[in-house]
Design a protein around this ligand. Structure first.
Ligand code: ZN
Length: 125
């Protein structure tokens, strides 16, 4: 069972089920909301139990982004046409048991850093 929480603790979550890919997303939306690129994994919505009130921001026609309304921690991303919910790896209790697997949306990455590990990169998702 994986557990995580926001900075203040008003929102916490646990994941009981198989995880999707763990990815660092370099898209401009993730960078603006997180402050840098966003590391997340995902699970089926039915496998994620959330405690507390998440504020959802409709960032685009395709997806919404969830954060704690008290401390602002960016915790979740969900595409409207998928059952999976992505969650922040930075919010997880350690040991997480998770390793980053890839970089995505690198075509949209910021100009202020280089990606200097050997993980696979994709231009888009
Ligand atoms: Zn909080």
């Amino acid at each position: 069972m994986i557990k995580g929480r926001c900075l203040c603790g008003e929102v916490s979550f646990s994941v009981d089920g198989p995880l999707g890919r763990s990815a660092a997303c370099h898209c401009s939306q993730c960078r603006k909301q997180s402050g840098h690129y966003w590391a997340s994994s995902s699970a089926e919505e039915s496998d994620i139990a959330i405690t507390g009130q998440v504020k959802w921001y409709e960032a685009s026609a395709d997806a919404k982004r969830g954060f704690c309304p008290n401390c602002g921690s960016f915790l979740f991303w969900k595409a409207h046409d998928e059952d999976a919910v992505s969650f922040s790896l930075g919010a997880l209790d350690e040991p997480t048991g998770v390793k980053l697997e890839c970089h995505i949306f690198v075509a949209d990455k910021g100009d202020y850093y280089v990606i200097d590990d050997d993980l696979p990169q994709s231009e888009m998702s």
